[in-house]
Design a protein around this ligand. Sequence first.
Ligand SMILES: *Cc1c(COP(=O)(O)O)cnc(C)c1O
Length: 239
Amino acid sequence: MTERKDELAGNLARVEERIADACAAAGRRREDVTLIVVTKTYPASDVRTLADLGVRQVAENRDQEAAPKAAECADLPLRWHFVGQLQTNKVRSVVGYADVVQSVDRSRLVTALSKEAVRAGRELDCLVQVALDADEGGRGERGGVAPGGIEELADALALAPGLRCGGLMTVAPLTGEYAGRQQAAFERLMDLSTRLRRNHPAATMVSAGMSGDLEQAVAAGATHVRVGTSVLGVRPGLG
Ligand SMILES: *Cc1c(COP(=O)(O)O)cnc(C)c1O
């Protein structure tokens, strides 16, 4: 094993143990929580190593970086999640490799994604990104729609050809009433998910929790955690 493969294997094992412990503490089954490794800022060679180590789901947040990386890794059995703020002029590119877009937060994006999914002959799972710190009717600084806007976007996704409404995603807010209260934030997301599933029973994905707060997310009921730093290391610069 190379040194990097060793390092990634060790990190993955530690994250796996954290998820297993969190599931046990919450009385949940380990297989009910899916690990998505966020590979942003790290090279395609790391993605390849992760696939070799058994990782099957990866996430990226910038199309400029993700598109060439996904192309280099096209031979690997990976499911690609897009988790960043998405401009409509990048949608065609993203639809070319993403299996899941987790950051749907406005109806124009639904229209654009649908058009490109149909053009590409693909079925795309989409999550509504929720900004728990946004003012009603507004959007969060890091993307996401205020809770009051979820239903409208979910309805639009359900009606849009080529798209499926898969559920909800959030990033724990740094400001507002949920600042420093990740578990409360994730519990709120679960309430919103329960409400959403009344009209959209198949929208079962709840994507919440990162390296610093995956335990709180699992405790609240998240079905998917998105972990970068704890697997790959601290990112150089911002990312
Ligand atoms: C970078 C990122 C993550 C992973 O964050 P870590 O703290 O590195 O685990 C998760 N979700 C989103 C949306 C991200 O942009």
